[in-house]
Design a protein around this ligand. Structure first.
Ligand code: CTP
Length: 437
């Protein structure tokens, strides 16, 4: 994605906006200079706030020369007696780029040790957080947990790109490019001025005004694997492609997306990716995050049964034919139906080989869903393992919409169209609020 430099109509919302630009101490701090320049070019008033560590990478004089007011670096002892409250109140938007793991952690915990975190805690303006760090740090559960906490509070997180990192490594964690950051900032402001309040979610810069902007959606994908012994497992034919296509389409329509995936597929860019293997891991990952989500789509083929006593070692023929005792797994979707918050939408899948509509309707009712995506997996080219799918969408009111055979991304678009329609018909026009974790 690239955005032309300057101030095209897609950046209009930045004109006259007061933007606090927070810069932390990462190697990507140099890119913040370009972000600053582009925000100013788009007509924003930019107030830079640099952390002590940022100053080791890039000098405040550079920002002061480009920005609308001098860069500030300290909470106490600077030119202003209490800069954080003035900046927090005046801000229409706070952008933190790059945001280090330290900043994300202290912001999530409310630990105000410097001017930037103090300003973030003192503001009611929307916040766009643009993380940058090494792939190992980005993937660490502590960092991802802190980002989940921030997302649940309405902070917009612009996920890093995959690419070359400091020290020559390649991986996820490279700061989003300045044009992506500026486009996301403009999208947050545009959306915020319409909604008049803070919103959940990331506005993906490719489609900043998408119809899922501001929503936090969770999608599951793939078939779970239930261990029998150290090397064998019970699995199913699900490839995870439909779930990944759902996550990608939601991302491109502006949603903040969490993808809990048991698939052997590469994680899509720009989504919060949680890799799981078993039904129990999937249940834990989904149920821990469910409350903060506006829409949950359970596209995963979750095992209904698992070996009751998997062996830690490899079973051998010498031991004779093993007796496999199975026990039921938790039905995650049924549990979500029981825990559902007002305004939250639940979408299930029903992969059937006979009596498609009747069985799908029964599952919709039994699991208290808003929408079920029914597919007849006995038809060639449909469902498991294929690039294409053909489904019937059935909603709570009994409406049925057949979606003929198409690539999975097209099927995903039809599902999100139905979700948007259902939200409108239920009168849910704003993202619902999950409780803070
Ligand atoms: N599902 C789930 N947890 C499970 C099993 C299924 O959340 N342990 C979800 C699937 O992700 C899917 C929906 O429930 O969205 C339907 O799953 P399916 O296995 O087809 O339905 P079941 O209710 O298990 O019925 P049956 O196996 O009898 O067809």
């Amino acid at each position: 994605m690239t955005t032309e430099e300057g101030s095209g109509p897609e950046l209009d919302s930045l004109r006259g906006a007061f933007v606090v630009l927070g810069v932390t101490g990462g190697i990507a701090a140099y890119k913040a200079v370009e972000v600053c320049r582009r925000l100013v070019d788009a007509g924003a008033h930019v107030a830079p706030v640099l952390t002590e560590a940022a100053v080791r990478f890039i000098g405040p004089a550079t920002f002061s020369a480009l920005a609308s007011e001098p860069a500030q670096t300290v909470l106490v002892g600077g030119a202003e007696p209490i800069p954080h409250t003035r900046l927090g109140r005046q801000a229409d938007l706070v952008v933190v780029a790059p945001a280090t793991a330290r900043l994300i952690g202290e912001y999530a915990q409310g630990i105000s040790r410097d001017l930037l975190v103090a300003t973030l805690l003192a503001t009611r303006a929307p916040v766009l957080c643009c993380p940058a760090m090494h792939a190992e740090m980005w993937e660490h559960p502590a960092v991802q947990h802190n980002l989940d906490v921030l997302r649940a509070r309405g902070v917009h997180v612009l996920a890093p790109n995959r690419g070359r990192l400091a020290g020559g490594d390649v991986g996820m964690g490279r700061l989003a490019e300045p044009d992506q950051i500026v486009a996301a900032a403009a999208a947050v402001l545009a959306r915020n001025s319409v909604a008049g309040e803070r919103l959940d979610g990331v506005a993906h810069p490719d489609r900043p005004s998408g119809d899922l902007t501001g929503l936090h959606v969770l999608v599951t994908a793939g078939g779970t694997r239930e261990p029998i012994d150290a090397v064998r497992y019970i699995a199913n034919r699900s490839s995870g492609r439909q779930g990944h296509a759902l996550a990608e389409d939601a991302r491109d329509r502006g949603a903040s997306v969490t993808l809990v995936s048991a698939a052997e597929l590469a994680p899509p860019d720009g989504v919060h990716y949680v890799r799981v293997a078993t039904a129990a891991e999937l249940a834990e990952a989904v149920l821990a995050r469910a409350e903060a989500c506006d829409v949950i789509v359970m596209a995963a083929a979750v095992a209904d049964f698992r070996p009751a006593a998997p062996k830690a070692s490899k079973l051998s023929k010498r031991d004779g034919i093993p007796e496999l005792v199975l026990e039921p797994t938790q039905d995650v979707l049924a549990e979500l139906g029981r825990r559902r918050r007002p305004g939250q939408l639940l979408v299930g899948f029903a992969a059937e080989t006979a009596d498609l509509e009747a069985r799908a309707r029964a599952k919709l009712a039994a699991k208290d869903l808003d929408l079920i995506v029914a597919n007849d997996v006995s038809v060639p080219g449909v469902g498991f393992g294929h690039e294409t799918n053909a489904v019937t969408l059935i909603d709570r009111a009994g409406n049925e919409l057949p979606v003929p055979m198409a690539p999975k991304r097209k099927i995903a678009a039809a599902v999100w169209d139905a979700v948007v329609g259902l939200r409108a018909s239920l009168g849910v026009t704003e993202p619902s609020r999950g409780g803070d974790e």
